[in-house]
Design a protein around this ligand. Structure first.
Ligand SMILES: NC(=O)c1ccc[n+]([C@@H]2O[C@H](COP(=O)([O-])OP(=O)(O)OC[C@H]3O[C@@H](n4cnc5c(N)ncnc54)[C@H](OP(=O)(O)O)[C@@H]3O)[C@@H](O)[C@H]2O)c1
Length: 197
């Protein structure tokens, strides 16, 4: 019987924390599927990913179809470790934030991870193993000025993962919430700000 390699699925693997994690996992001998919204751009920005054996999956976690895309992969690939990493920060005071800003933030930082968890869970539960890792933030427990919307998205998705951890414990599925401080990635450049009213 051939040995089955542990397979990781990492969202937003083309840059920053996701990219570093993906390359470390590949170095450690794991199979890695990395999602990105633009594979050709990711190939340019992170050529080592493919050359070290990683597989790109073009996916926007912010669209409802992401659930079906991930579910198809999860049925075929036995995802052992799911890392919900893709995200950005909306920066703007409560007075100026629009409902569209809130919706856009929640689609990426809340519904995106929720979709991927729901798509991967049935196969993990059937196998009786799996790890789900959420890259949250210090903003997942402290809401600073102008970071209210970002914090809402991280508080909310942490709540889902806290609840999930208890729901899946008996199926040997582990849930980990990571709350990093500031890292020098493209995160600050990718933040979306609103200063007008
Ligand atoms: N850097 C920090 O200081 C810091 C601190 C605490 C927590 N975090 C968290 O760490 C995670 C990774 O951030 P990072 O620092 O590595 O930032 P990054 O370098 O900007 O990477 C973020 C990744 O998320 C995806 N992404 C960004 N905006 C998106 C959007 N609008 N729609 C869909 N996908 C989007 C991107 O994927 P593609 O462009 O390839 O699709 C990108 O690869 C985030 O969840 C963030 O909240 C970061």
């Amino acid at each position: 019987m051939t040995e089955r390699h542990t397979t990781w699925l990492i969202t937003g693997a083309s840059s920053g924390i996701g990219r570093s994690l993906a390359l470390e996992a590949l170095n450690a001998g794991f199979r890695v599927i990395g999602t990105t919204r633009n594979v050709s751009q990711a190939e340019t920005n992170c050529a080592e990913f493919s050359s070290r054996g990683g597989t790109w999956l073009e996916l926007d976690p912010a669209v409802p179809d992401a659930y079906h895309q991930i579910a198809k992969v999860a049925q075929k690939e036995n995802i052992d470790v799911l890392v919900n990493n893709a995200g950005y920060a909306f920066i703007g005071s409560v007075e100026v934030v629009s409902e569209e800003d809130v919706h856009a933030q929640m689609e990426v930082n809340f519904y995106g991870p929720l979709r991927t968890v729901q798509a991967c869970l049935p196969a993990m539960r059937a196998r009786g193993s799996g790890q789900i890792i959420l890259i949250s933030s210090g903003a997942g427990f402290i809401a600073r000025p102008a970071r209210g919307v970002y914090s809402v998205s991280k508080f909310a998705i942490e709540a889902i993962h806290e609840s999930l951890a208890q729901e899946v414990r008996s199926f040997e599925i582990k849930v980990l919430i990571v709350e990093p401080g500031a890292f020098r990635t493209t995160f600050a450049t990718n933040s979306q700000a609103r200063t007008d009213s």
